[in-house]
Design a protein around this ligand. Structure first.
Ligand code: ADE
Length: 241
């Protein structure tokens, strides 16, 4: 089972990093097929204009529906999910990454300026699943970097993309908690020692210690996450932390 990814943007060069590292290797191996499409290919006028002033007034420009409509008519397939990165979207988190990793065709529509005419989403939603998604509570200049973020988070969940030595099961967020600290050689460095329990060989004690560090770190840095953990997911010793 392989995943098809298409990205439509006025800045195709922004997507060049997908060919690096983990995602690049997955493309080389044929686990992901990837296409980037310049939106200006679907413009009609000599100026290749993609935007216009907003109805109702206000600052900025809105991307025109006619251009996007023609682009999506060509790129969307019947089984596609359309993803529209926008700070006004629902939050893209690890559970959404898992849902999208189970799809066969994802099309990312990158808006610049003040966004895309809403009818583009409304029209596409009559044919395919559309998800307007935000990667966090801050505003980027456009959807391209958000698309890179989502592609990387999704790709590493595909079977065979991560080696089994770097499995995704104990990632931060996969169990609703942050991961605790990690250590490697040397045992002592600049007067700082690796915690003794990690060198004890006592696997039960190591598991318990890692769980405690994970709980402590989550409580300090992301107390909002602890509130979302179902009571059944915490054992008696978790509660003592
Ligand atoms: N476009 C601009 N800001 C964004 C954000 N935070 N998430 C997704 N797309 C965006």
């Amino acid at each position: 089972p392989s995943l098809r990814l298409d990205v439509i943007t006025v800045f195709p060069g922004y997507l060049a990093p997908v060919h690096e590292s983990l995602v690049g290797k997955a493309i080389e191996r044929g686990q992901i097929s990837f296409g980037v499409h310049d939106l200006r290919r679907w413009t009609h006028d000599v100026h290749h204009s993609v935007d216009d002033s907003p109805y109702g007034g206000g600052p900025g420009m809105v991307m025109r529906p006619t251009i996007w409509g023609d682009a999506l008519d060509e790129i969307l397939t019947a089984d596609a999910t359309l993803i529209v990165p926008t700070p006004a979207g629902r939050l893209f988190d690890q559970s959404v990454a898992h849902e999208l990793a189970a799809e066969s065709h994802l099309v990312f529509a990158c808006g610049r300026y003040e966004g895309i005419d809403q009818r583009v989403v409304d029209d596409a939603a009559r044919k395919v699943t559309v998800r307007e998604l935000s990667i966090g509570d801050y505003v980027l200049a456009g959807g391209e970097v958000a698309t890179l973020v989502m592609i990387e988070a999704i790709a590493r969940l595909l079977p065979g993309v991560l080696g089994n030595s770097e499995s995704a099961v104990d990632d931060s967020h996969s169990n609703g908690l942050l991961e605790g600290p990690s250590y490697t050689r040397p045992e002592s460095w600049r007067d700082l020692d690796v915690p003794a329990v990690l060198r004890s060989g006592n696997h039960a004690a190591i598991s318990r210690w890692r769980r405690d560090e994970s709980l402590r770190r989550t409580a300090v840095r992301r107390p909002d996450l602890l509130d979302k953990i179902a009571p059944g997911q915490l054992d008696r010793r978790d509660r003592e932390i």
